[in-house]
Design a binder for this molecule. Structure first.
Ligand code: NAD
Length: 252
């Protein structure tokens, strides 16, 4: 396939931006979908993508994103469900509104976008759907009930869609990273150096990566490289899998 059309959600920064960049470098046309207008335009200009501003909380925005992509390019070949956010609170204090928003952005939006791109992929007998879950789609941590629930659900959606997509040439996979060096995590490191009186390296090794075999953060580019593989022809028989990139976290 010469030119493929990809939608990457949450592509204004972090992991999504790295995935969008890698796809553009691969020769694909990329729709950068994000709520952040300023950063979204900046990323689209920087990497030569096409920005569509969306709030994935809204089902109608999911519909509009796919419609606008098909209006512009006539097809969707690749969907990367990446947008997400974190909220930390004990269960008895976890706000219902935050819980609902987490499930809406990280579970319902991937479902709706999968539903809406399906007919285009089916018509072309080719599609790649990649869900950026998390190691918290496989294991839990305290105080992250909304995030852990949404990410576990996303793996269930991945497996179901993979079973339905096989006969149509559509593969569906999830990627489950541990800590990735994004602006979000870098801010957490800076905070912890102050509160714990540790060096940045000590925060990474002793606080964030204590269960990991490899004591460094993952880069966004390392996640993007796996996306490129999963979008390749070589990965045509790989589907329904949750790909762990966790520095050995869950090996024990
Ligand atoms: P990030 O905050 O840098 O990027 C997330 C992007 O999603 C932002 O650009 C944000 O504007 C966008 N977004 C948030 N809510 C949105 C909404 N309602 N509508 C549209 N866009 C919205 O974070 P990141 O670290 O790059 O995370 C990307 C994905 O990777 C998330 O799903 C996250 O759960 C997952 N992940 C991250 C890590 C990590 O350590 N950074 C580890 C495992 C999984």
């Amino acid at each position: 396939m010469s030119e493929r059309i990809a939608i990457v959600t949450g592509a204004a920064s972090g992991i999504g931006k790295a995935i969008a960049t890698a796809l553009v470098q691969n020769g694909d046309s990329v729709v950068i979908a994000d709520i952040d207008q300023e950063q979204g335009w900046a990323t689209a200009t920087e990497i030569d993508g096409h920005f569509v501003q969306v709030d994935l909380l809204q089902p109608a925005a999911c519909r509009r994103l796919v419609d606008e992509t098909i209006d512009r390019y006539n097809r969707v070949d690749i969907l990367v469900n990446n947008a997400g956010f974190q909220h930390i609170d004990p269960i008895d204090q976890f706000p219902l509104e935050v819980w609902k928003n987490m499930l809406a952005v990280m579970l319902t939006a991937p479902f709706l976008l999968t539903k809406y791109v399906w007919s285009s992929m089916q018509a072309n007998a080719w599609g790649r759907i990649i869900n950026i879950a998390s190691i918290h789609g496989r294991v839990a941590s305290p105080f992250k009930s909304g995030y852990v629930t949404a990410k576990h659900g996303l793996i269930g959606l991945t497996r179901t869609a993979a079973l339905e997509g096989g006969q149509h040439g559509i593969t569906v996979n999830a990627i489950c990273p541990a800590y990735v060096k994004t602006p979000l995590v870098e801010n957490q490191i800076a905070d912890q150096t102050r509160t714990r009186q540790l060096s940045p390296q000590e925060v990474i090794e002793q606080v964030m990566l204590s269960p990991a075999a490899i004591k460094r953060l993952i880069t966004s580019e390392e996640v993007a490289a796996l996306v490129i593989y999963l979008c390749s022809e070589a990965a045509g028989v790989v589907t329904g899998a949750d790909w762990v990139i966790d520095l050995g976290w869950t090996a024990r």
